[in-house]
Design a protein around this ligand. Structure first.
Ligand SMILES: Nc1ncnc2c1ncn2[C@@H]1O[C@H](COP(=O)(O)OP(=O)(O)O)[C@@H](O)[C@H]1O
Ligand SMILES: O=P(O)(O)OC[C@H](O)CO
Length: 500
């Protein structure tokens, strides 16, 4: 059988499909952006039909780019924006409403109400997550309670619901298979990550009928075959993982203590904790890194909502750069004597603060502050936030989180300036691999290894190659001064007091 594997990476702002050959090299790609909908303040939606058509189009484009046909592909791996939910009719496959995106804050009041009833501990204990609108559970509740006729139809068994992977698999298999994988399930606020099962108590608290939800499979498993009419041949879907987990796999962070951080729109740091379910005392998330052959590997995760999005703000909002890559060039010109700090809490702050009400702020402005200092403060904010996450990880897991090296990926790591700044602020090496499409590669590896056309974990891990290592150059005194400045800035931005 051929070693060609197709990876579908359904992200927040675009969909990518990449064909990898038997040597795990990308040989064909397709990419398509799709519209974002902001129907009210803090609301973010996607049209599921846009997502679907972008998937079909990019798969065809990637096959064409590789000069291959569907029959040449041994397996498909799917990776996706996590937490985003779709609910659809099981007969027609039509969604009952737009997808509610992970960034959407419409269920903030419901989360506060549940917290007020003292229920956060119950959710955290079972799911490893927090009561925040970020996760899927309250989004399902919202659809059931706010879209006309939906609760009745759900109770009559007419509807299905799930994260983006489930919706895509349902469509790709011609409406035959309603499945998801353990990593996606672990982001819903409804899945007990210790028992590896949907949790009846949580389903009941959030009023979500069990029948809506998919069967939960391993990350490498049989997820069905694509309908022949779609691409010209049936292709088995053999790997599925949420995008940050897929990046963890693509970075070959298979050993406990290994750590990756992805810098796209947001930033997501994932630390492999092996078979140990580390329960965070510092408002990080405990989550499933992957589940292979029925064995669950856990992770600690820190999620930052704004990373590259702040660079987009420099470009589109402030209009002080023409393209993202100019941010580093401009930051390099900043006056070293000025200590300017940007706290990019544009949609509140994620881990470890979880302050939905905080909003962005900038500190230390003088008459001499200009675009260069804004650019530097923006890029530095990504490094400072990463440092906050890594410190929380060390406090949560002192025995395991000693690994000093951080593997990085995502669009923003193209910036040498930002990567050097990251190494300086972390006081640790930052490793940038040759393959930056690690998310797609991780999903492809799940499928390729399951199809027995790609190597197992050990050989795959050995193929990971370093493109450049950034090592700290900043002096201890300067680092301490800058960190203090950052912490003061965060303290002044939060709507509630910092607890640590
Ligand atoms: N050279 C660069 N310097 C700084 N930021 C960059 C650079 N290139 C891209 N970015 C940022 O990276 C993000 C895109 O990364 P990507 O991994 O494609 O994100 P996503 O998958 O979340 O859409 C954008 O927010 C962009 O502003
Ligand atoms: O699609 P991305 O790369 O912005 O990732 C989104 C995350 O999965 C949200 O948890």
């Amino acid at each position: 059988m051929s070693g060609f594997v197709l990876s579908i990476d359904q992200g927040t702002t675009s969909t990518r499909a990449i064909v990898f050959d038997g040597k795990m090299r990308a040989v064909g790609t397709g990419q398509q952006e799709f519209p974002q909908h902001y129907p009210a303040s803090g609301w973010v939606e996607h049209d599921p039909e846009d997502i679907w058509t972008s998937v079909v189009a990019t798969v065809k484009a990637a096959l064409g780019d590789a000069g291959l046909e569907a029959k040449d592909i041994a397996a498909i791996g799917i990776t996706n924006q996590r937490e985003t939910v779709v609910m659809w009719d099981r007969e027609t496959g039509r969604a009952v409403h737009n997808a509610i995106v992970w960034q959407d804050r419409r269920t903030a009041a419901l989360c506060e109400k549940l917290k007020g009833e003292g229920l956060e501990e119950t959710f955290t204990e079972k799911t490893g997550l927090l009561l925040d609108p970020y996760f899927s559970g309250t989004k399902f509740s919202w659809l059931l309670d706010n879209v006309e006729g939906v609760r009745e139809r759900a109770e009559q068994g007419q509807l299905l619901a799930g994260t983006i992977d489930s919706f895509l698999i349902w469509r790709l298999t011609g409406g035959r298979t309603h499945v998801t994988d353990a990593t996606n399930a672990s982001r819903t606020l409804l899945f007990n990550i210790e028992k590896n099962a949907w949790d009846e108590e949580l389903l009941s608290i959030l009023g979500v009928p069990r029948a809506l939800l998919a069967e939960v499979k391993d990350t490498a498993d049989d997820f069905g075959v694509t309908e022949k009419a779609l691409f010209g041949a049936e292709i088995p879907i053999l790997g599925v993982a949420g995008d940050q987990q897929a990046a963890t796999i693509g970075q070959a962070c298979f050993a406990p203590g290994m750590l990756k951080s992805t810098y796209g729109t947001g930033c997501f740091a994932v630390l492999n904790t092996g078979e140990t379910l580390v329960r965070s005392k510092n408002r990080l998330l405990s989550t499933i890194a992957y589940r292979l052959d029925g064995k669950t590997t856990y992770a600690l995760e820190g999620s930052i909502f704004v990373a590259g999005a702040a660079v987009q703000w420099l470009r589109d909002g402030l209009q002080i750069i023409g393209k993202a890559a100019d941010s580093g060039v401009l930051a390099e010109k900043a006056d070293a004597a000025q200590d300017v700090y940007l706290v990019p809490a544009f949609v509140g702050l994620g881990a470890p603060y979880w302050d939905a009400g905080a909003r962005g702020a900038i500190f230390g402005l003088t008459r001499n502050t200009g675009p260069a200092e804004f650019a530097r403060a923006t890029l530095e904010s990504v490094a400072f936030q990463t440092r906050d996450l890594l410190e929380a990880m060390r406090r949560d897991w002192p025995d395991g989180a000693e690994t000093k090296v951080l593997r990085v990926d995502g669009g923003m790591v193209a910036s040498d300036w930002t990567m050097q700044c990251l190494a300086d602020i972390l006081d640790a090496p930052v490793d940038r691999p040759t393959v930056l499409e690690t998310t797609a590669l991780g999903a492809a590896w799940l499928a390729g290894s399951r199809a027995c056309v790609w190597p197992g974990a050990d050989e795959f891990a050995q193929s990971w190659a370093l493109e450049r290592q950034f090592t700290p150059r900043m002096g201890e005194e300067e680092r301490a001064r800058r960190l203090k400045g950052w912490r003061d800035a965060v303290r002044r931005t939060l709507t509630s007091a910092v607890t640590d």
